[in-house]
Design a protein around this ligand. Structure first.
Ligand code: ADP
Ligand code: MG
Length: 721
C-alpha cells in the first residue's frame, strides 16, 4: 500500500534529499526518502547522529603476502578463471591473480549478471571482504566488488545500519550532506566541558566527534572509532546524557509549578499512635523513609516519590504511616495494587493497623475493586464521596472515572511500573479541588539500579529501605537438576510434616495459558498423590492447593486466604504469586524450569519465603535443553541467584544481562532510552550530566532548550508525523 508522505513543515531543516516532480512544484518523496523516515532520520541532526555500524578500510590495496586468516582486506587483481559450478551448490567461482603473485578465489552463492560481467576473464577488479585461508590458497566469500580504476577513498568507509530500500551509497551521501547542514555549534557551557570526566582536556567538540565517527581518516584502525572510550564517543555520550537530564529537570520544574495540599500531621496524632500500636519497632530505614515522605507531604508541590526496598523490607508499614499522616491532616488516602490478591493483603493489614485508630473518629478503611457486588460497591463509593472513607484500598479501579473523592490527598501505588502515564494523569484530577492535585507515592520491590534511577527517573525522589527487619534468617538457594524431582518431593514432605508451608511455582509456557495450566494441574495432582498419607505437626492431613491465572478472582482469593491461614500446606501456582504475598510460615520455595524465568522475577518469587524467623530454602529446578545444556544467559541468571540474595545486586546484574529496555519492560516503552551512553559503564558521565542540567536551566535556559531540541526534538517531530 502506498501512503503519501506529507511534506515536512520546514523543508530547509529537512535533510532527506528531495527530487522535484516533473512540473517542479510538488516535492515527490522517493523510496529511499521514505526509508529514511521509517528510521526516524528526518532532520540533518538525526542523520548526523546515525552512526556507522562498522567501517571498511578501502583506502589501500593489501598485498596478499602480508595477509592473515580472518583479515578484512581490499585486494586487486586480474580475473584468471570464472565459472558457475553446480556442485555441491550452485555458485559463481572466480580466481584472481594479485600483483604480488598471490591468488585468491572469490565465491558467490547468490549472484547476478552484473557479477558475471565484472568478473569476465582478463578484467581487473578490486574485492573487499574477509580473507580465509593461508598463503597456500586464499578465499573470499561474497566479497564486495569495486572498480579497479577508481581513486581510493581518503578515509575509512562507514557502513550504516539501514533498512530495505535504502542503499548504503544513498545513506552515505545523505549523512555527508547532513553533517554539513546540521547545526553542531556548542551548547555545553565551557565550565561544564572543563569538568567532563573520562577524556583528556580539551574535550572534543560535537563537530569533531561526528566528523571522526562518520569519516575516520585514512590510517585509522577500523576498531578505533568503535571503541566507546574514545574521546569522540565520550563527547556523544556526554551530549546524550545531558539532554536526558535536561528533559528530566524540565519535568521536575514543571511539577514545581503545580500545587498539592500542604499536609501536616498533629504532633501526637495518628502516625505516632500507629507506631506505638505496632508489634515491632521500625527499622532505621523505615524511619528515614517515613520522615522523607512526611516532609514531602508538608510541601505545597506534589510529592513524586518512589519507595523502593527489597522484598520483605517492610514497605507496607511505611505506606500505612504515610496514610496516617494524610488522614491526620484531614484528607483521604488511596492505596492501589496491581492485583486483587495483593490489594486484599494490604487491605487486611491496613484494617488491622488503622481501624482501631480511625473508628473513634467515625472514619474507616474501605475496599474497592472492579469485581465487587453492586450494593457493596455503591456503599464504598458513597463513603469515598462523603469522606467517611479515610483510606481506600483496591486495584487500579480506585482511580476510575466514577470514583469521586471528597478530598484525596495522597495516592499510594504498589509496584509502580504497572502504573502508566495515563493513570498518573487521571489521578491528578482526583483531589476533589481543581487547584491542587494529590501527592503520589510509588512502591517497588524491584530495586532500580542507581544509574538507571538517575537517568530515567531523575524526576522522582527515591527513598530506599536498605535494611531488612531483624530476625530474618537468610534464604539458602540451591540449583537442582529436574531429574532429581523425587528428592525435592521428599523434602517437601519433611517440611509439611513439621508444619511448614511450601510454594511450588510452575513456569509460564510461552504464549500458551492452556499448556501452562496443564503443567500446573499435573504437578498439583502429583504432589497430592505423593503427600496423600502425610499429616502436619498437629496431625491434620496435608492439603495441596492450585492457583492459576484462569481462576475467578474470588476463587484465587479464597485459595490464597486458605494458604495464608495455614489450611493449605502446599500451594502449586503459576506465576500469579509473583509479587507481595506475605505468609511468614512458608519456608520452602520450589521453582520449576527456573531457567525460563527472568532474574528479577526469580528474586521476587524467592522473596515469598524467608519472611519469618524459620530457616528458608529456595530450590531452583532446571531442565537442560535438547543439547543437554542450559543457555549461557540462563546460567548467568541461576548463578546470580545462588550467589546473592541482595535485591540491589540482583537488579544490577539483571540490568547488565538484559539492558535497560528489557529491564524496564514494554510498559516503559516510549521512554527515550540511551543510544550511546551505557548505564553500567558511564556512571561518572551520568553524575556529570546530573550536576550540570539544573545549572543550565538556571543560567543558560536558551542553550538548554537548544540542546534538548537537538537531541530529543527529532523524536517528537517524528512521532507527530
Ligand atoms: P514488602 O516490603 O515486601 O512489602 P512487607 O511490608 O510485606 O514487605 O513486610 C514484610 C513483613 O515484615 C510483614 O509481615 C511485616 O509486618 C513485617 N515487618 C515490617 N516491618 C517490620 C519491622 N520493623 N520489624 C519486624 N517486622 C516487620
Ligand atoms: Mg509489599
Amino acid at each position: 500500500m502506498r501512503t503519501p508522505t506529507p511534506p515536512t513543515a520546514n523543508p530547509t531543516t529537512d535533510a532527506a534529499p528531495r527530487t522535484a516532480s516533473a512540473d517542479g512544484v510538488e516535492p515527490r518523496v522517493s523510496g529511499p526518502q521514505r526509508a529514511l523516515r521509517r528510521l526516524g532520520l528526518v532532520r540533518p541532526i538525526d542523520l548526523a547522529l546515525h552512526l556507522p555500524l562498522r567501517y571498511e578500510d578501502l583506502t589501500r590495496v593489501r598485498p596478499l603476502a602480508q595477509a592473515r586468516d580472518g583479515d578484512e582486506a581490499l585486494i586487486e587483481g586480474e580475473v584468471l578463471v570464472r565459472e558457475v559450478q553446480q556442485r555441491p551448490r550452485r555458485q559463481l567461482v572466480a580466481t584472481l591473480a594479485v600483483a604480488d603473485g598471490g591468488r585468491c578465489t572469490l565465491r558467490f552463492f547468490t549472484f547476478y549478471p552484473s557479477h558475471l560481467q565484472a568478473l569476465a576473464p582478463g578484467a581487473r577488479v578490486r574485492a573487499h571482504g574477509e580473507l580465509r585461508g593461508s598463503w597456500a590458497g586464499w578465499t573470499m566469500v561474497h566479497p564486495r566488488l569495486l572498480k579497479a580504476d577508481a581513486p581510493l577513498p581518503a578515509g575509512l568507509t562507514p557502513v550504516y545500519p539501514s533498512t530495505a530500500g535504502l542503499p548504503q551509497a544513498y545513506l552515505r551521501a545523505a549523512v555527508a550532506r547532513a553533517l554539513a547542514q546540521a547545526d553542531l555549534s556548542e551548547t555545553i557551557p565551557p565550565a561544564a566541558l572543563a569538568e567532563l570526566p573520562g577524556t583528556a582536556a580539551p574535550p572534543w567538540t560535537l563537530q569533531a566527534a561526528l566528523a571522526f565517527l562518520h569519516q575516520p581518516p585514512a590510517g585509522t584502525d577500523p576498531a578505533q572509532p568503535q571503541d566507546r572510550t574514545h574521546p569522540a564517543w565520550v563527547r556523544l555520550k556526554a551530549e546524550e546524557l545531558l539532554a536526558q537530564q535536561l528533559a528530566q529537570e524540565q519535568a521536575r520544574r514543571a511539577r514545581g509549578t503545580r500545587r498539592a495540599p500542604v499536609l501536616h500531621a498533629a504532633t501526637h496524632g495518628l502516625p505516632a499512635r500507629l507506631c506505638a500500636a505496632l508489634p515491632f519497632a521500625l527499622t532505621g530505614a523505615q524511619q528515614r523513609a517515613a520522615a522523607e515522605i512526611a516532609a514531602d507531604l508538608a510541601r505545597p508541590t506534589p510529592m513524586h516519590r518512589l519507595l523502593q526496598g527489597d522484598v520483605g523490607s517492610g514497605k507496607t508499614v511505611v505506606a500505612a504511616l504515610a496514610a496516617a499522616h494524610v488522614i491526620d491532616a484531614g484528607w483521604q488516602c488511596a492505596l492501589m495494587a496491581p492485583t486483587e490478591i495483593l490489594a486484599e493483603q494490604h487491605f487486611g493489614k491496613l484494617v488491622q493497623w488503622l481501624e482501631p485508630l480511625l473508628a473513634p473518629l467515625g472514619r474507616r478503611v474501605v475496599w474497592l475493586t472492579g469485581s465487587q457486588r453492586r450494593a457493596e460497591r455503591a456503599a464504598a463509593l458513597q463513603a469515598i464521596a462523603s469522606g467517611a472513607a479515610a483510606l481506600v484500598v483496591g486495584t487500579h479501579a480506585v482511580i476510575q472515572e466514577e470514583v469521586a473523592f471528597a478530598r484525596l490527598g495522597l495516592a499510594i501505588v504498589d509496584e509502580q511500573h504497572r502504573f502508566g502515564v495515563a493513570q498518573r494523569l487521571a489521578l491528578r484530577r482526583k483531589a476533589g479541588d481543581d487547584t491542587v492535585e494529590p501527592h503520589l507515592l510509588m512502591m517497588s520491590a524491584t530495586p532500580i539500579p542507581r544509574t538507571l534511577a538517575m537517568t530515567l527517573y531523575a524526576d522522582l525522589d527515591i527513598s530506599t529501605l536498605d535494611e531488612l527487619p531483624p530476625g530474618r534468617s537468610p534464604i539458602v538457594t540451591k540449583l537442582i537438576n529436574a531429574q532429581r524431582r523425587d528428592e525435592v518431593i521428599a523434602r517437601i514432605r519433611t517440611q509439611v510434616m513439621q508444619g511448614r508451608q511450601v510454594y511450588w511455582v510452575c513456569p509460564l509456557i510461552e504464549d500458551s495459558e492452556a499448556l501452562d495450566l496443564r503443567a500446573a494441574t499435573a504437578t498439583h495432582a502429583e504432589l497430592q498423590a505423593a503427600l496423600a498419607d502425610a499429616c502436619d505437626a498437629q496431625g491434620r492431613p496435608v492439603r495441596v492447593g492450585l492457583l492459576h491465572a484462569r481462576l475467578p478472582a474470588a476463587d484465587k482469593q479464597a485459595i490464597m486466604a486458605a494458604f495464608a491461614r495455614g489450611e493449605l500446606a502446599v500451594l502449586v501456582s503459576t506465576t500469579v504469586i509473583e509479587v507481595g504475598v506475605d505468609v511468614p510460615n512458608a519456608s520452602l520455595m520450589v521453582i520449576e524450569h527456573a531457567e525460563r524465568f527472568g532474574l528479577s522475577q526469580l528474586h521476587q518469587l524467592r522473596g515469598r519465603v524467608g519472611r519469618g524467623s524459620v530457616a528458608s530454602v529456595c530450590l531452583l529446578l532446571y531442565s537442560p535443553g535438547d543439547g543437554g545444556r542450559v543457555s549461557e544467559s540462563a546460567r548467568a541468571r541461576l548463578r546470580a541467584m545462588v550467589e546473592t540474595t541482595d535485591g540491589f545486586e540482583i537488579a544490577r546484574r539483571d540490568l547488565a544481562l538484559r539492558g535497560p529496555g528489557e529491564f524496564l519492560g514494554a510498559r516503559q516503552s516510549g521512554t527515550p532510552l540511551l543510544r550511546f551512553a551505557d548505564l553500567a559503564s558511564d556512571e561518572a558521565l551520568i553524575d556529570w550530566a546530573r550536576r550540570w542540567a539544573p545549572w543550565m536551566w538556571l543560567h543558560q535556559p536558551q542553550q538548554a532548550q537548544r540542546h534538548l531540541q537537538r537531541w530529543l526534538g527529532g523524536k517528537l517531530d517524528y512521532l507527530k508525523a
